[in-house]
Design a protein around this ligand. Structure first.
Ligand SMILES: NC(=O)c1ccc[n+]([C@@H]2O[C@H](COP(=O)([O-])OP(=O)(O)OC[C@H]3O[C@@H](n4cnc5c(N)ncnc54)[C@H](O)[C@@H]3O)[C@@H](O)[C@H]2O)c1
Ligand SMILES: [Zn+2]
Length: 675
């Protein structure tokens, strides 16, 4: 490699790694697998070591991937949060061991081997045993304050338990990972699929995306979990553990969720045996693991080993190579989503991968196909590393047939023939045609779905038929369907037709928020739709709202609606076609039900805590909302009532401190009935 080549390759790799860091850490939407990413980063590190004259300036090899995003307060960690050095090689893992033995000048060093949890790093601060703050890793020095969202995690105690022989530090930062179980991941993706929203590739991305939701009520609807294994700042210093193994015991004694299992080992052979045992067992863990973390056990020795600018020298992650298979790419199909995004999908010769047969895999987008030069007929590598949706990660160049030609991404929408566009700053290629049949279908399917106005009998297949027949071109057309047309759909369909028409008619009086959600305004989920419904009280009022209307008082934006969402809503209705949908809905006679504003609960904010004698949380929430009130997660001076049940925790104390009225279920039911 000539100096010029090295210099330009370093620059190129730095840009690539920085881009993938941004996609992974900030947007939770990586476009390449970890294995591939790690290979890029390793190449960069090696080049920087070999050509120090070109390695000046900030490099991603020396920084912790930064997850800070807009919309959160940043909070400074009392002690830095670090990354981990990692390797896929047994030899390097053994070298790590030997290096420590050499540097610390002693044999028989004891190590702890823990699962490497594939989640999102968090730091939870407890002061005098009480949870005061949850912060993401951020850039390692300061992270996003996600306390409100973290409090939706049921398994995260608000208070540390006291136990004999276990200190309760005055201040401690406890480190761990937020994750989603596979089951919950699949449930959410299924819902997203129904709503025509893009799927998350793996639980880690979904967990990361969830903890960074601006609306804690959206977070509460996904069952996040947490596991804790490490420590940051501890005060007083006498409350430091002597070993990492001991610390695991404390975490458990404090009542925190901890790793199911860890191993202790002395010597490189024992370490390696433990890593392999972990590999064999990791399928049984509640969380996805992408490796094993090997840590020096003795805390004083950890301190002696020290750390680099980004990771401790006393720990090393051994990562399991992803399950990968090679197969032939038969075709590339391009799917069009609700918002017109074209997603290329690989049609593969079926192949066995991590226990399932894979015949389709995502190719992400046009740029990725070009970057990897993936051609129809190629033998490609398919990977499923923690990634539940398999992805094509590259081509085996040795098996490329001479007749394989570069893939040309469609310039026209495969569904309607409109020329596609790529908006500035976006990787997605879109069909800009609002009347594109697939987009219409997906929009109508979303509107009619359970999550929105919920029209029974109008499932996806039915919508497909209605659009195909040319009876439905947009959402309001649902309300213009003709009985005689529907009767042509088959023999003896009178009964089902009448039932469908009844369901359609009934849906005209669905709750307002369901209509708002059904419009599919970008960034506005069900919880936001509820806020909007409460504030605007009508579809047309919402559609003609101005920026000022979103801002009550000074600089405070409605409920969970932040600045970004307010702007998205304004942009949505600024589009005449979207505005026309609302006008048309009103014209065909929909009468969304607006919560009763005369009830005693109207406009009141409730915070629920503890277990109520008869109502579940969801039931109480539904009743409050139906009566025009709202439920928020944190107690503040603006809270009207705290509805408390058994085992109410810190919220109750806070309510008392702020003199917010606390009521029990019986009083609540009295309020509700107007008594
Ligand atoms: N696919 C992509 O595009 C892409 C982009 C950037 C980063 N990544 C992946 O993310 C990783 C880099 O990010 P990183 O800096 O978070 O490093 P990392 O995930 O490799 O290792 C550090 C992190 O591991 C976590 N961890 C999990 N279990 C642990 C345990 N038992 N003990 C200690 N820590 C534990 C901690 O949160 C810690 O911050 C790489 O592995 C890389 O593959 C992928
Ligand atoms: Zn189209």
């Amino acid at each position: 490699m000539t100096p010029v080549e090295a210099q330009s390759r370093i620059a190129e790799l730095r840009a690539q790694v920085a881009r993938h860091d941004e996609l992974y850490h900030r947007r939770a939407q990586p476009q390449i697998g970890d294995f591939e990413y790690d290979a890029l980063k390793r190449e960069l590190a090696e080049l920087e070591a070999a050509w120090p004259q070109f390695a000046r300036g900030a490099s991603p090899t020396e920084q912790v991937g930064d997850d800070r995003t807009e919309g959160f307060q940043v909070y400074r960690h009392r002690e830095r949060m670090m990354s981990l050095d990692n390797t896929y090689s047994e030899t390097e893992l053994r070298e790590f061991h030997d290096r420590l033995v050499r540097e610390l000048e002693r044999d028989g060093l004891k190590f702890v081997i823990e699962p490497k949890i594939d989640g999102l790093a968090v730091s939870i601060t407890y002061e005098k045993g009480k949870l005061v703050r949850a912060v993401t890793r951020g850039n390692g020095i300061e992270g996003d304050d996600i306390t409100t969202n973290a409090l939706t995690i049921k398994s995260l105690p608000r208070e540390l338990k006291r136990a004999d022989g276990v200190p309760l530090p005055a201040v401690i930062e406890i480190r761990g990972e937020v994750f989603l179980t596979t089951e919950e991941f699949l449930r959410i993706n299924r819902q997203r699929e129904e709503a025509g929203e893009p799927l998350y590739a793996n639980p880690r991305n979904l967990a990361a995306g969830t903890i960074k939701q601006l609306d804690p009520r959206e977070v509460a609807q996904r069952k996040l979990e947490v596991v804790l294994y490490g420590r940051g700042y501890v005060e007083p210093a006498s409350a430091l553990p002597e070993t990492q193994a001991q610390f695991h015991g404390w975490v458990k004694a404090w009542g925190l969720p901890t790793v199911e299992r860890f191993w202790t080992a002395t010597g490189a052979d024992e370490i390696w045996a433990a890593v392999q045992e972990l590999d064999a067992l990791r399928d049984t863990f509640a969380y996805a693991t992408d490796g094993a973390v090997v840590k020096l056990d003795a805390v004083p020795l950890q301190r002696r080993a020290g750390s680099t600018s980004k990771s401790p020298r006393w720990a090393m992650a051994y990562k399991f190579a992803p399950d990968r298979a090679e197969t032939q790419l038969r075709a590339i199909t391009v799917q069009v989503g609700r918002t017109g995004v074209l997603t290329p999908v690989a049609e593969l010769d079926p192949v066995q991968l991590a226990g399932t047969t894979v015949s389709r895999a995502t190719l992400h987008n046009r740029d990725e196909i070009a970057r990897k030069d993936i051609r129809v007929g190629d033998f490609v590598y398919v990977e499923k590393a923690g990634e539940i949706i398999p992805a094509v990660i590259g081509v085996n160049p040795a098996r490329r047939a001479p007749e394989c030609v570069p893939y040309v991404f469609p310039e026209k929408c495969p569904e309607c023939g409109t020329a596609v566009v790529q908006l500035e700053g976006e990787v997605a290629v879109r069909c800009p045609n609002f009347s594109c049949p697939v987009q219409v279908r997906r929009r109508v399917q979303h509107f009619a779905s359970k999550a929105c106005v919920d029209i029974e009998g109008m499932g996806e297949a039915m919508v497909d038929v209605l659009v195909e027949k040319g009876w439905v071109h947009s959402v309001p057309d649902i309300y213009q369907l003709k009985r005689e047309n529907l009767l042509t759909l088959g023999k003896s369909v009178e009964k089902s037709t009448d039932k469908l028409l009844e369901a359609i008619e009934a849906s005209k009086r669905a709750e307002l928020w369901r209509f708002i959600h059904g419009l599919g305004i970008p960034h506005a989920g069900a919880a936001a739709a509820k806020d909007l419904a409460r504030t605007f009280g009508g579809l047309e009022r919402l559609a003609s709202a101005r920026y000022e209307d979103f801002i009550r008082e000074k600089a405070s934006v409605i409920g969970g609606i932040g600045e970004t969402m307010a702007l998205a809503i304004l942009a949505y209705f600024a589009e005449p076609r979207n505005r026309a949908v609302v006008d048309e809905l009103v014209r065909v006679g929909v009468q969304p039900v607006v919560p009763n504003s005369g009830s005693a609960l109207a406009g009141k904010t409730f915070v629920l805590t503890g277990t109520l004698p008869t109502l579940t949380r969801d039931e109480a929430t539904a009743q409050i909302e139906a009566a025009g009130g709202k439920v928020s997660s944190g107690v503040s001076k603006k809270t009207s009532y705290v509805l408390a049940g058994e085992e109410a925790g810190s919220k109750l104390e806070k309510a008392r401190a702020l003199a917010v009225p606390v009521i029990d279920e019986a009083e609540f039911l009295r309020l509700l009935s107007g008594g």
